[in-house]
Design a binder for this molecule. Structure first.
Ligand SMILES: Cc1cc2nc3c(=O)[nH]c(=O)nc-3n(C[C@H](O)[C@H](O)[C@H](O)COP(=O)(O)OP(=O)(O)OC[C@H]3O[C@@H](n4cnc5c(N)ncnc54)[C@H](O)[C@@H]3O)c2cc1C
Length: 269
């Protein structure tokens, strides 16, 4: 079995090559969606930016994930209302809706506006979804309740929430596009270059965008940031169309969708 990412296997155009002399204003370490977005924003603001990636652009989680592009946060809406208050939770959800639109613009054909189905794996999760549905509706969010699910979900899942604005990504293509935009704006990108100390970048400001990987660059935070389990697989193409839209549950900790070429991409945590 290969652990090469299905998304990263797609052929890519070479990045535009930007080079400048001397130290950068900012060094960005990590060429995932965080590092590339950051590099674009800094370069578009007029700074000299050099980006280092130990593997290839998107070689970390950004090119190996499930590809779900969902509004909201990791916790359910009522949980966020409880923890940060209704107004702030609502504005966070609205912000993610705007970000999804912006992401779709950057992604181009790497984004499919499929919507998504948040399924209940059991009656307890169904009750949670009902509560979430009511909370989202009463704050004016677009969401639909589904009792009758189509085969092959029928008889397995008691209900679901339908989120119309969600979609799926070819995540490696998105992050490569961000990197290309960064390079076109003057960011000097060094792939296959691991940074072992912030000093070697010669930059006064270093952005550590290395995710959960222990990079040795995070100072006091180093031991506190640790990767946890998460995995996703892609099957060979399957001729039948089982799933038109992405599905995910929380009690089963799993998610899946079917790509345009028929592969089932399934993951869990
Ligand atoms: C299996 C899985 C499935 C997921 N599914 C989804 C999903 O469906 N939807 C969703 O929204 N999110 C999903 N996520 C989460 C999402 O992928 C991450 O939150 C996101 O990609 C993090 O981006 P990043 O740029 O911060 O980190 P990464 O993409 O991990 O980038 C960090 C980069 O830093 C590089 N690096 C590390 N140390 C150094 C160093 N010393 N020098 C140079 N480079 C270094 C690494 O090689 C890596 O490329 C999933 C995550 C996983 C693991």
């Amino acid at each position: 079995m290969t652990t090469r990412s299905y998304w990263l296997d797609e052929a890519r155009d070479p990045l535009p090559r930007a080079r400048f002399h001397g130290a950068p204003d900012v060094a960005v370490v990590g060429g995932g969606v965080t590092g590339c977005s950051c590099a674009v924003a800094l370069a578009e603001a007029g700074l000299k930016v050099r980006l280092y990636e130990a593997r290839e652009i998107g070689g970390g989680a950004s090119g190996r994930n499930g590809g779900f592009a969902l509004r909201g946060g990791a916790a359910a809406y009522p949980v966020m209302v409880e923890s940060i208050g209704r107004e702030r939770a609502a504005s966070l959800w609205r912000w993610t809706e705007r970000e999804l639109l912006e992401l779709a613009g950057v992604a181009g054909d790497a984004f499919r506006p499929t919507s998504s189905l948040r399924i209940a794996a059991d009656d307890e999760e169904r009750a949670e979804l009902e509560q979430e549905y009511e909370a989202l509706r009463s704050d004016g969010f677009d969401v639909e309740w589904r009792d009758e699910l189509p085969a092959p979900l029928r008889d397995r899942y008691p209900a679901a929430l339908f989120h119309p604005a969600d979609g799926v990504l070819q995540p490696a293509r998105v992050v490569r596009r961000l990197a290309a935009r960064a390079a076109a704006t003057g960011v000097e990108i060094h792939e296959h270059t691991r940074v072992t100390s912030t000093e070697e970048t010669a930059a006064e400001t270093v952005v550590v965008a290395t995710d959960g990987y222990p990079s040795g660059l995070a100072g006091e935070l180093e031991g506190l940031i640790v990767p946890t389990r998460g995995q996703v697989i892609a099957t060979e193409p399957i001729p039948e169309r089982f799933f038109a839209i992405p599905h995910y549950g929380r009690h089963g900790y799993d998610y899946w969708h079917q790509t345009e070429d028929g592969r089932i991409v399934a993951g869990g945590f």
